[in-house]
Write a new protein. Structure first.
Lengths: 252, 178
């Protein structure tokens, strides 16, 4: 009975209508679309700044991170734009510049690098209803002295977006696919080199999120979303216990 | 409420326009094969699955698929190589939604696992296990001209085991006119 009620509620929210989608309400982070050249987007949390550079290409950075020496830059390019399918690829680099202080002098400060890579597709399933399927790869590499540790993960994300005049509803399912950890220790305890790779599935950490992006004024957006994660993630970064939270305030 | 949901589903299926079907669709899927091990753990392997399907009626097709995954383990002295093969035949229901199609299928399957232990590249011991079971899947397909792209998830269930295959694939028509 409860499942039927949840299904009925989702059907009511996401049933398509005949209205076309306005540019102002589009969710660029949950679709394969990019900002138009010269168009900007500024988010309050971490000072996310996004700018359209040329048609189908946008760059973004988190100014808050840059100010804290966590240099980061992301580029998103939409390489396919057809009525039945749009696809984009986003690549980024996150590098704590402070790790430069330790590089090469053996004082133990780690060199750290994050590389996110995302392939996202958008499929229209109605005039104002869209399905987005994404594959998100993240790699973290740490090296300290003669040792290194790396972890990479692959996740699939499926989102259903329903646009209307005042914003958009979104329902997102997150499905972590695998986590791969790699370690290399040189002359461990003065003996031989030690290295190993461990690949684990992460399917049990699936999550689902529903939320709404409200528009206010001519350029403002407030996004509120909540959901469930089957296994607790990293506190605040991934989830708060079993609860997924998506809150944002931005202007475009 | 359940009857209403079933009526709604039937109405949506009948109301959706049938997409132009071609006699034979052949292609392949690549993806991650989650082999269900003892104790509920899953080993993640890369898998490849060629498949073919034929339209029987509007919204109904018959598909056959083969999945292969290889699991190397051990080291140069004592290595183990496990081959996973699976053959399945299934009936698939299609639900066109604008330019995309949601496909749900189920049918019988046969899984074969062949494990070989090596000693310095010399095969020493091998074993083969054959298991019948039920295969099912959910996929989303999009047609780009003659190329059909698909993504989805397949499962294989047998006594004490349930494997999962998360896939990304493509197929093209063979013969016939659109």
């Amino acid at each position: 009975m409860r499942c039927a009620l949840v299904l009925a509620l989702l059907l009511a929210i996401f049933s398509p209508s005949a209205r076309a989608v306005e540019e102002r309400v589009r969710l660029y982070d949950l679709s394969a679309d990019t900002l138009a050249p010269g168009q900007t987007d500024l988010g309050l949390f971490w000072g996310r700044y996004t700018r359209g550079i040329v048609p189908n290409l946008q760059l973004h950075t988190h100014i808050g991170g840059d100010a804290l020496t966590l240099l980061n830059v992301f580029a998103k390019y939409r390489f396919l734009d057809r009525p039945e399918l749009r696809a984009s690829i986003e690549a980024g680099l996150i590098w704590p510049a402070i790790s430069l202080l330790g590089a090469g002098n053996g004082n133990g400060v780690p060199l750290l690098l994050w590389v996110p890579l995302e392939l996202r597709t958008s499929i229209p399933v109605g005039d104002d209803l869209e399905l987005s399927v994404a594959w998100i790869y993240r790699a973290v590499v740490t090296s300290i002295s003669d040792s290194s540790f790396g972890q990479s993960s692959l996740r699939q994300e499926v989102s259903l977006l329903r646009y209307d005049k005042t914003g958009a509803w979104f329902f997102t399912g997150r499905f972590p696919l695998l986590v791969r950890s790699q370690t290399s220790l040189k002359s461990f305890l003065g003996k031989s080199d030690v290295s190993g790779v461990l690949t684990l599935d992460d399917l049990s950490s699936w999550g689902a999120l529903v939320g709404r992006d409200f528009t206010f004024g001519t350029t403002g957006h407030i996004r509120l979303g909540a959901g469930y994660r089957n296994t607790p993630g990293i506190l605040f970064y991934e989830s708060i216990g079993h609860v997924l939270v998506n809150v944002d305030l931005y202007w475009r | 409420m359940r009857r209403l949901a079933l009526l709604l589903l039937a109405a949506l299926l009948l109301a959706a326009p049938a997409r132009a079907e071609l006699p034979l669709q052949v292609g392949g899927d690549l993806g991650l094969f989650y082999r269900d091990e003892a104790g509920g753990n899953r080993t993640v392997l890369f898998g490849f699955a060629p498949r073919a399907s034929i339209a029987l009626r509007p919204h109904l097709r018959l598909a056959a698929g083969y999945l292969f995954a290889l699991a190397p383990a051990g080291d140069a002295i004592a290595a183990e190589r496990v081959q996973h093969h699976r053959l399945d035949v299934r009936a698939e229901l299609e639900w066109p939604v604008r330019a995309a199609t949601v496909v749900v299928g189920a049918g019988p399957a046969l899984a074969l696992t062949h494990a070989t232990l090596f000693d310095h590249d010399t095969a020493m011991i091998s074993s083969t296990t054959l298991r019948p079971g039920l295969a099912g899947g959910l996929a989303l397909e999009v047609d780009l001209g003659k190329l059909r792209l698909r993504t989805g998830v397949d499962t294989f269930a047998t006594r004490g085991r349930a494997d999962v295959f998360v896939l990304l694939g493509a197929s093209v028509p063979l013969g016939g006119a659109r």
